[in-house]
Design a protein around this ligand. Structure first.
Ligand code: NAP
Length: 339
């Protein structure tokens, strides 16, 4: 009921959201520190990193190449190869000679359909059903047996992911969140770590893991999906540092808005992001391959305009972070649904 008493109480409740003085001062300090850190990182990048990168352009390419031990061909395992970004990664390798592609995905039927549509390819493609929601022990066993059967795997592209947009009627809550954690976090981490252990023994490997710019910043109604992607962004960037001494290169991918089934579903659920913002999955995959094959790129965040904006938003203080999450939710950027 809209009685004056209720109105008064809700206005009083609103008052509780006004930051306390000490919290506001802490946020001012955080913003100043962010500006200092951003300035220092800009100076470091311009004075040290840029000259090194320029040398990379001038020096012979052979200096930056690392061949597969034993002169073997590539064995590329793509998890989530049936559609979207993963299928486009598969297309990137399909015409490479002396290459085996292990195309894995939850549904063997959609996988086979996609591979048949490709027609004849120079690379040999093997299709395999791999469900990231199975027990992690089973999943690790399945990956090890793929490695034994077709490998040793030299490249892992871990692309699979789900959001709550995929099923039209699905409600958000514990169940939907568990599903996303199971695929986007537990299943992804289990397959990456299984392959990491195998590659460590061989002192060679390339691992490419798909997180998201949504894990950097996003509307409040992207709560569970964005949290899983924050985990992956952090996990993958840290693994790059840990894995380097073992001869394993890890690349983190943070796509912006890419035109795939996932985002088509989101747009169908009233997302207000203009259609022109959704970039091609084929170009996304080309950037991923370039980073994996060429080296020297830790994070593939693309389209560049979206990624630059999201990195800027990473530095805002907690008060503005809260306001931004609320505003972007109200603007309907991720549609009306909670995911
Ligand atoms: N599209 C974007 O704008 C965007 C932005 C940021 C990040 N991403 C991330 O990019 C990745 C690829 O997404 P997409 O846009 O290409 O989506 P998509 O077209 O919906 O493809 C998702 C892929 O994940 C697979 N998958 C789903 N559940 C699985 C499970 N339980 N086990 C194994 N595989 C499973 C699907 O296989 P089936 O076909 O067999 O179900 C499919 O191959 C995801 O990690 C997503 O979070 C996408």
């Amino acid at each position: 009921m809209n009685t004056p008493e209720v109105n008064k109480r809700s206005i009083l409740g609103l008052g509780r959201h006004v930051p306390t003085l000490s919290y506001a001062i802490q946020n001012v300090l955080m913003s100043i520190a962010s500006m200092i850190a951003a300035t220092l990182s800009l100076i470091f990048t311009m004075s040290i990193v840029l000259p090194l990168s320029t040398a990379r352009v001038i020096l012979p390419h052979s200096l930056f190449r690392r061949d597969i031990p034993g002169g073997r061909g590539k064995v590329v395992l793509i998890v989530g190869a049936s559609r979207g970004i993963g299928f486009n990664v598969l297309k990137q390798y399909a015409d490479e000679p002396d290459t085996v592609i292990i195309a894995a995905s939850r549904s063997i039927d959609s996988l086979r359909k996609a591979v048949i549509e490709l027609g004849d390819t120079r690379a040999m493609i093997q299709c395999s059903e791999l469900d990231l929601t199975t027990s992690k022990k089973q999943l690790a066993e399945n990956i090890r047996s793929l490695d034994k059967q077709y490998g040793p795997v030299t490249h892992l592209y871990e692309v699979s992911g789900i959001s709550n947009h995929l099923k039209d009627g699905a409600q958000w809550g514990l169940h939907a969140t568990e599903d996303m954690i199971n695929v986007n976090v537990s299943g992804t981490v289990a397959s990456v770590l299984t392959m990491y252990e195998l590659m460590k023994e061989r002192q060679y490997g390339k691992i490419c893991i798909v997180g998201s710019v949504a894990g950097l910043y996003g509307p409040a109604n992207m709560i569970s999906y964005a949290s899983t992607k924050s985990f992956i962004n952090t996990f993958s960037s840290s693994l790059r540092v840990l894995a380097a001494p073992c001869g394993i290169e890890v690349v983190t991918v943070q796509p912006g808005f890419i035109d795939t089934r996932m985002t088509r579903q989101m747009r169908g659920q009233n997302s207000t992001v203009p259609g022109a913002e959704f970039a091609s999955a084929e170009r996304m995959a080309a950037h991923m391959k370039e980073a994996v094959e060429g080296g020297g790129i830790g994070v593939v965040s693309w389209p560049i305009r979206q990624s630059v904006m999201m990195y800027a938003l990473k530095s805002i203080n907690p008060i503005c972070d809260e306001v931004g999450r609320w505003a972007s939710m109200k603007m309907g950027m991720a549609g009306k649904k909670i995911t």
